[in-house]
Design a protein around this ligand. Structure first.
Ligand SMILES: [Zn+2]
Length: 145
């Protein structure tokens, strides 16, 4: 896929810079919506940073998308893009990578350790839930700062 990036976010009609797949990773595609993270940006683009999740729309040529704006946290959840604390850690099942279902962050749940706990997750932990599209097994991965 190729990206068309407006030089200004206030002028989505252009001028634009184009970027090939060497600049970004596509993290979700659903109908006309594409969510991407850029590893690096063309020098003209200053209105977002590397590794920010960007909301994009497919163009008439389905291999091309236009960057519209920064994606919201709700969109990250809606399109099931994990926000990893450490590196990407996708478990496998039935010989293939499992599908990400969703993420639980410890600022949204009770973090008090159970009585007698020797170790417990502290600040800045996230739990990532996955399922297998072949056997419906579920697995979770925990990460912390
Ligand atoms: Zn499986």
């Amino acid at each position: 896929m190729n990206a068309v990036i407006p030089i200004s976010p206030d002028d989505l009609g252009g001028p634009f810079v184009t970027a090939d797949a060497g600049y970004f990773e596509v993290l979700a595609v659903r109908e006309q919506v594409v969510l991407v993270e850029f590893h690096s940006r063309p020098i003209e683009i200053r209105w977002f940073d590397d590794f920010e999740l960007m909301y994009c729309q497919r163009q008439h040529d389905p291999e091309t998308f236009k960057v519209i704006r920064k994606a919201t946290e709700d969109e990250r959840k809606l399109y099931r893009v994990p926000l990893w604390i450490q590196g990407e850690e996708v478990p496998e099942c039935c010989g293939r990578p499992m599908f990400f279902v969703g993420q639980i962050d410890d600022d949204r749940i009770c973090t008090e350790p159970p009585e007698g706990a020797k170790l417990w997750w502290h600040d800045g932990a996230s739990f990532y839930i996955f399922t297998c599209s072949q056997c419906l097994e579920c697995k979770s991965v925990g990460q912390q700062f």
